[in-house]
Design a protein around this ligand. Structure first.
Ligand code: SF4
Ligand SMILES: [Zn+2]
Ligand SMILES: [Zn+2]
Length: 317
């Protein structure tokens, strides 16, 4: 990255160039900028209320580590904000060890630094099998990620219930969010878009404090704070559509500055519409919300299928 001869507005040596505004920042100022932007997003979108117990979805990847750091710092100032964290162990083997193992080390480190109690929940314990075992049995079309995503969502809801949290904080950044909006548009999947929009139908509200921070901003924050990065990739991660969408958005942002923010604004407006209308019904088996056109939620469908494929009798969960 070439920062030329420019100085940070405070006069110090710059370490970061914001491409959209062409502003350079020194270490101290970029850390403050990222922290303040996250806090402002939480404020603008009324993400926190006094007395909240927030469960942090702490995978141990850089986004969730930065999220824990920022909420941890905020909790030092906001005395009535309670934090707990959960790591979900999917049960994915990468040969010698579990895929989650390395990330769990980073999760433990940041949780300990801010005195946030960390709990680990596994798919095996919650749903009766590891993701690996399920993928081995599953003969139908559909990627591991779609099953994994559905299970993770439920695992975090269950964790929140067990730990008494009234909100779940996720580390999604602006790039992830803009990609998801565009992917849903490309699939023509309005229901999924509404489902993934923050807090539209979940029993426990989702908040995404980093959703207005770019991936670069989150990465520089993690790097300058000295957090480690996960080196092992999930063996199932082969999301070619997302990769393509990422490329397209990158290119688009170069021509139309602010296009990622515009996609997020679009999602926000849809969410408001969804909140006002009755787009959701209750799953007949577990009572969790599902789209009004379905009888069973996706988790119950998968578990029924899992039991059928394993030779067990399908039964309510
Ligand atoms: S890449 Fe897919 S399968 Fe792997 S952890 Fe992420 S969602 Fe799960
Ligand atoms: Zn500065
Ligand atoms: Zn269900």
């Amino acid at each position: 990255m070439s920062l030329g001869s420019a100085r940070c507005s405070c006069g110090a040596e710059p370490v970061y160039l914001d491409r959209s505004s062409n502003i350079v920042y020194c270490k101290r100022c970029i850390l403050r900028h990222v922290y303040r932007k996250a806090v402002r997003t939480m404020k603008n979108e009324n993400m926190l209320s006094s007395g909240d117990t927030v469960l942090i979805g702490l995978s141990g990847g850089k986004d969730s580590v930065v999220l824990t750091d920022i909420l941890g710092r905020l909790a030092r100032k906001m005395r009535d904000l309670n934090l707990v964290a959960a790591t979900v162990d999917e049960g994915i083997s990468t040969g010698e060890s579990s895929y989650r193992e390395e990330a769990l080390g980073y999760a433990r480190e940041v949780a300990a630094k801010f005195n946030v109690p960390l709990h680990v929940y596994s798919y095996r314990e919650l749903f009766g099998g590891t993701l690996d075992s399920y993928v081995r049995l599953r003969v139908q079309n559909g990627s591991a990620c779609s099953v994994c995503g559905v299970f993770r969502r439920r695992a975090l809801n269950e964790a929140a219930r067990r730990l008494g949290a009234n909100k779940i904080a996720l580390g999604h950044n602006k790039d992830d969010e803009a990609q998801t909006v565009l992917m849903n548009v490309l699939r023509g999947d309005l229901e999924r878009m509404l489902r993934t929009a923050e807090g539209t139908h979940e029993l426990v509200r989702r908040i995404k404090p980093l959703r207005r921070l770019s991936e670069r901003e989150v990465a520089i924050y993690a790097y300058l704070r000295g957090y480690g990065f996960q080196s092992v990739e999930c063996p199932y991660s082969r999301d070619t559509v997302r990769d393509k969408v990422r490329e397209v958005l990158f290119e688009l942002e170069g021509h139309v500055s602010g296009s990622r923010d515009a996609l997020l604004n679009f999602e926000d407006k849809l969410r408001d519409v969804a909140r006002a209308g009755g787009l959701y019904a209750k799953c007949e088996l577990c009572g969790e919300p599902t789209s009004s056109s379905r009888k069973l939620c996706k988790v119950c469908e998968y578990i029924q299928e899992f039991r059928r494929l394993s030779g067990l009798n399908p039964e309510p969960v």
